[in-house]
Design a protein around this ligand. Structure first.
Ligand SMILES: [Zn+2]
Ligand SMILES: [Zn+2]
Length: 395
């Protein structure tokens, strides 16, 4: 269960010349008095009797891809290829990863900030380098994920466990509700961008040229790397690591970690995922405030994407950044948090769950799993959708 990406608490927009409050919307998230459930036409949750049909050609394709990916990753960290290729594979993986986090996720999907045309094109190019579907489809899936989180209408419904939300959803037929509700996702903003629609239309050709050929040809031409080694490291190895870091946000960050902002949401604060996914693992905050460009509160570590956005904003490449006001965040913590927030909660209560993964000081513990956190039903009304405010889950 999650927020409507369009419903905002008090939103503040900042420009590179200072902070200007431009909008003050009512705090209406998940509040029963704003919930329009008078005309319920459907209720979404997870039907555990439903069996997803396995798509064997996808199983074979992803298996082969991962075998080559593991070989390529091993080579990048060993002595098989040239050192320059290894360095290039790691740095280009991080830079192309920013095309996913800063570009596809925060800008194109959530509209958390505006960007100049040149910046949009660069972000789009970096996104394409990863070879993760068309930008239009990626954003549609992610908007649907936020709108119907952890129910059968969510493409990677984490209520079905780690494997399904990590990769299983790509190895099986979609649930009929994913098709049904996917059609209603508003994509008009992206459809107005001819570059995005061009990439959608010519996906395969652009994939071969930019996702495979471009990164592989650079080491061959510039420092005479063997073409096969370049293909294994620069395409299979790099793409596999970035793909799995992205999938961890859908799987691990929806399973373990604390829930200081909303304990009724399955997504949690997960620092390990944040480290590997360039700041996208502070997922309880992100689902509570999906339009916030930081995807985390200020001061949270492992958020390279936010650092890059701030850097670009100072140069005017990015502007009108949206973020939640501190008092709004505090109100949400007090109302719906699990009491683990370092400032407004009592993180000492959670000390017993510390593990090796939590050796650095942070309120987020990736092994913590709230027992009472079950994503609740979402009601679909004639006007749209609303949440059933479940008091039991808030105890
Ligand atoms: Zn999520
Ligand atoms: Zn998101």
């Amino acid at each position: 269960m999650t927020q409507d990406p369009n419903s905002k608490e008090n939103a503040t927009v900042t420009t590179n010349v200072g902070t200007t409050e431009i909008t003050k919307l009512q705090d209406q998230d998940q509040d029963p008095k704003f919930s329009d459930s008078t005309a319920i036409v459907d209720t979404l949750s997870t039907d555990f009797t439903f069996q997803h049909k396995i798509v064997w050609k996808n199983v074979i394709a992803y298996s082969i891809f991962h075998i080559f990916g593991l070989v390529g990753t091993y080579m990048a960290f060993s002595v098989y290829g040239k050192l320059l290729t290894s360095i290039f594979a790691v740095t280009s993986g991080i830079i192309s990863g920013l095309g996913l986090t800063v570009g596809a996720h925060r800008h194109f999907t959530h509209k958390a900030f505006k960007a100049t045309t040149a910046t949009r094109r660069v972000l789009m190019l970096l996104f394409i380098l990863n070879g993760q579907n068309s930008l239009w489809e990626w954003a549609r899936d992610h908007r649907q994920h936020h709108k119907y989180s952890d129910t059968d209408a969510d493409p990677h419904n984490a209520s079905r466990g780690f494997f399904f939300s990590h990769v299983g959803w790509l190895l099986s037929r979609k649930h009929p509700l994913v098709f049904k509700y996917g059609k209603d996702i508003d994509m008009s903003d992206l459809e107005a961008d001819s570059w995005i629609m061009f990439q959608k239309k010519h996906f395969l050709l652009i994939y071969v040229l930019i996702s495979i050929l471009l990164p592989c040809i650079i080491p061959v031409l510039l420092w005479n790397e063997h073409p096969l080694l370049s293909l294994l490291m620069m395409y299979f190895g790099r793409a596999t690591v970035v793909l799995n870091a992205t999938w961890l946000i859908n799987s691990q960050a929806h399973i373990s970690g604390m829930r200081p902002y909303d304990k009724s949401l399955l997504p949690a604060q997960n620092q390990c995922v944040s480290f590997f996914a360039l700041g996208e693992g502070w997922h309880n905050y992100h689902h509570a405030f999906p339009w916030d460009y930081r995807t985390a509160e200020l001061g949270t570590p492992y958020n390279l994407s936010t650092t890059v956005i701030d850097f670009c904003a100072k140069r005017g490449w990015i502007y009108d950044l949206k973020f939640a006001k501190e008092k709004s965040v505090k109100r949400r913590i007090m109302r719906t948090g699990d009491n683990s927030h370092p400032k407004y909660g009592n993180p000492d209560e959670f000390k017993g769950t510390e593990t090796l993964w939590n050796f650095w000081k942070s309120p987020a513990n990736p092994t913590y799993k709230s027992k009472d956190c079950k994503p609740g039903p979402i009601t679909i009304t004639r006007e749209g959708y609303s949440f059933i405010y479940n008091e039991k889950r808030r105890k």
